[in-house]
Write a protein that binds this ligand. Structure first.
Ligand code: CS2
Length: 496
């Protein structure tokens, strides 16, 4: 068996992949909730580069896993070290050192709360996916009827992310009282503002003796900058780990694979010190909203469209789907004609270049990005990615047919649960059970669309739009009769 990457073997790491910092010198200044592949390939990289650029040593990360021990079991024997594999025209390897402490939230709530409260912690950041917030994506409010949220508010050691955050803030308020910045890095609309609202909603659930002093302290001392994060990070495969082992001559069970592109835009409202992330390529902006809409609607909207249409057509990977005749034209037209009409582009931003780059990123042959990974949690992802575009187009009296086709593909995916050739497609969505009950086995387009539109947390008021219902029924009917790819080709050809 290959020897594993670890601090003791630091000097054996090939020089080109070894960062010019010593992991032993780093102290923890950031608590990160959700140490999945995305965090390891994005924020941790910015943090490492920022520390190198500024000669700083106080931005080590306490990496917290929410749902499974797996990632910690891989990282712990490696002292938190792991490799980022960047696949572009060439393949690059870089060992990452910032993860200096590992915690499993479910078993170590006390340690987590203490870490959030510690005066040396200046930042708590999060990548816990849409469903980690237990909120309604249309209203942006906390689901106060959620059993886990209610139990956390009653005072047990917290198991929900918002519960952990608020208990940590409460301990900080009672302790040093030092200001803190909470940096949400998930693909939510107005992610910082939304999370601030969820924290407030949770505070409202606490016994009267615990609030409003806490809510008041949070309002004065804790900031929640909104951020836009972007980097495609497919799940790493055994072949990827094999490449890393061959390159390092050391085993690495926690390596992550990504693309050369990376973007991070943060609202510049930090409550206290922060890493010099801008020295690592991040953008500090007064308003991130225009970047956010561009990213969520152009990139993630296209991703979701590709995922549902591609899975229905029997495909497995993004790069393979985008290569099929007509598919790139569909995505390009969706972006050009529909999404762009709903965006306000920041001055000086070259949107054509951005869109072109997106198509190239989707076509990256080095990334084996599974459509099934993108297709998860559609009920939580669609509002920000596609439903908002449709709502804006309808309000402006414009035709949303290509976006509608993507939503119809999602409806076919969750109702038929099989591809165009009849092979089963697993649905991984917290609302899957509810949707199955709502549909009651129905597959005819009118019933499916009518019932799906009643999901307020996905469609909000758009669910009452009779015209939209007609468009969706038509699209779903054609998807059912002609299959995904033939339908998308005729939709693009039918455009004026
Ligand atoms: C993807 C995103 O899995 C998904 O839903 O659309 O993870 C996407 O790859 C990232 O947002 C890219 O920045």
């Amino acid at each position: 068996m290959t020897r594993r990457l670890s601090i003791a073997r630091w000097d054996q790491i090939p020089a080109a992949a070894r960062p010019p910092i010593d992991p032993r010198d780093l102290s923890v200044g950031i608590v990160h909730l959700g140490v999945g592949a995305f965090h390891r390939a994005h924020q941790a990289v910015y943090t490492q580069h920022a520390m190198i650029a500024a000669g700083a040593k106080t931005w080590g990360i306490c990496a917290v896993s929410q749902r499974s021990r797996g990632v910690l079991d891989h990282l712990a024997p490696q002292d938190g070290l792991y490799t980022v594999v960047e696949r572009g025209p060439a393949t690059r390897f870089e060992v990452l050192a910032p993860l200096r402490e590992l915690l499993f939230a479910r078993d170590e709530q006390g340690a987590l709360i203490e870490r959030i409260a510690a005066a040396m912690t200046h930042i708590v950041s999060l990548t816990v996916t849409e469903k980690g917030y237990r909120h309604d994506p249309v209203t942006g409010r906390l689901d106060v009827y959620d059993e886990q949220i209610k139990a956390d508010a009653l005072g047990r050691p917290p198991r929900t992310v918002v519960g952990q955050l608020v208990r940590g803030l409460q301990a900080r308020h009672r302790g040093s009282g030092a200001p803190l910045t909470v940096v949400c890095c998930d693909n939510l609309t107005g992610n910082g503002t939304t999370l601030r609202g969820l924290v407030r909603d949770f505070c409202d659930l606490l016994p009267a003796a615990e609030q409003p002093a806490l809510a008041d302290w949070v309002a004065r001392n804790v900031t929640f900058p909104s951020t836009v994060v972007d980097r495609i990070v497919p799940s790493a495969t055994a072949a990827d780990r094999g490449d890393v082992a061959a390159y390092l001559a050391l085993g690495d069970e926690a390596s992550v694979v990504t693309e050369p592109f990376s973007q991070w835009v943060l609202e510049d409202t930090f409550a206290s010190a922060r890493p010099a992330w801008e020295a690592a390529g991040a953008t500090l902006a007064r308003d991130v909203a225009p970047y956010e809409a561009m990213k969520l609607r152009l990139l993630n909207g296209s991703h979701s469209a590709l995922a549902y249409l591609g899975l229905l057509a029997g495909y497995e990977y993004v790069a393979d789907v985008i290569a099929v005749d007509g598919v790139a034209a569909y995505v390009q037209t969706l972006m050009d004609v529909e999404v762009r009409a709903t965006l306000s582009v920041p001055a000086g931003f070259d949107i054509m270049k951005y869109q072109l780059a997106l198509l190239q990123r989707f076509a990256n042959p080095g990334l084996r990005h599974r459509l099934a990974q993108i297709a998860t949690d559609g009920s939580l992802k669609l509002p920000a990615r596609l439903v908002g575009t449709i709502a804006d187009l309808r309000a402006a009296g414009l035709d949303p047919r290509l976006s509608v086709l993507a939503v119809a593909a999602w409806m076919r995916f969750v109702s038929a649960r099989c591809d165009d050739a009849g092979r089963p497609l697993p649905v991984d969505d917290p609302a899957a059970q509810r949707i199955a009950e709502l549909l009651g086995g129905a597959v005819d387009p009118v019933t499916v669309v009518t019932r799906m539109l009643s999901l307020r947390e996905v469609f909000g008021a758009l669910g009452d739009d009779i015209g939209l219902r007609g468009l969706l029924v038509d699209a779903l009917d054609r998807l059912t009769r002609f299959g995904a790819f033939e339908t998308l080709r005729t939709e693009v050809e039918a455009l004026p």
